[in-house]
Design a binder for this molecule. Structure first.
Ligand SMILES: C[S@@+](CC[C@H](N)C(=O)[O-])C[C@H]1O[C@@H](n2cnc3c(N)ncnc32)[C@H](O)[C@@H]1O
Length: 185
């Protein structure tokens, strides 16, 4: 991860959460790879339930925990866990929204999407965000592992999501996709 001061210049988190389908009437939500808590913290200020925030790096968990304390948020639950090898461990059909933000270049993207589908309630939403497929972005994964939006949409559809909104522009450097878990899956 780049330094936090640089990372936060790339995003408008509250606007991004809204553009990617997070709503106030949602309760429990999950952040796959919370990093600096860039999105987990504003999400916890929006929803009434719990934000389950996962990361494999102890430092990222500590940063996000400190921010939650600083903002007097008691609805952020942190998990030091490798979700690629272990999943989330959350119950089936238990959450309303999943964030897969800047993570689908990781190994096993369809596994992450199927884990998202498993834990989402019917009708639940997954928001996907990633760096534009453009080598001129100032940061982001190398182009050989960076997914194009069409690839993310295809992965989401492969595991059974219905893509609701394709290629949302999130300037200056990102795009987003919103997909839902159909009822009765
Ligand atoms: C590029 S950062 C994105 C952070 C955040 N989603 C954002 O957009 O600001 C990816 C984060 O995912 C975490 N991560 C990567 N692979 C992981 C894994 N297998 N299990 C848990 N966390 C992981 C990294 O430690 C890092 O904090």
């Amino acid at each position: 991860m780049p330094a936090e001061e640089m990372w936060q210049t790339f995003f408008s988190p509250t606007e991004t959460l809204q553009a990617l389908g997070l709503r106030r009437d949602m309760t429990d939500i999950v952040d796959f790879g919370c990093g600096y808590g860039t999105f987990a913290i504003p999400a916890a200020q929006i929803v009434t339930g719990t934000v389950h925030a996962f990361d494999i790096e102890p430092d990222m968990i500590d940063v996000t925990r400190n921010k939650a304390h600083h903002h007097n948020l008691n609805n952020v639950r942190l998990y030091l866990r490798d979700f690629v090898t272990e999943g989330t461990g959350l119950p089936d059909a238990s959450v309303d929204y999943v964030m897969l933000y800047n993570i689908l270049h990781a190994e096993k993207p369809t596994y992450l999407l199927s884990e998202a589908s498993r834990i989402l309630r019917d009708g639940g939403t997954v928001g996907i965000m990633h760096w534009n497929y453009d080598p001129k972005t100032p940061r982001g994964p190398s182009m050989n592992i960076r997914p194009r939006p069409e690839q993310c949409e295809k992965w989401a559809e492969t595991v059974g999501f219905s893509v609701r909104t394709r290629h949302i522009d999130l300037p200056p450097y990102h795009y987003g996709i919103v997909a839902t878990k159909p009822h009765g899956r």
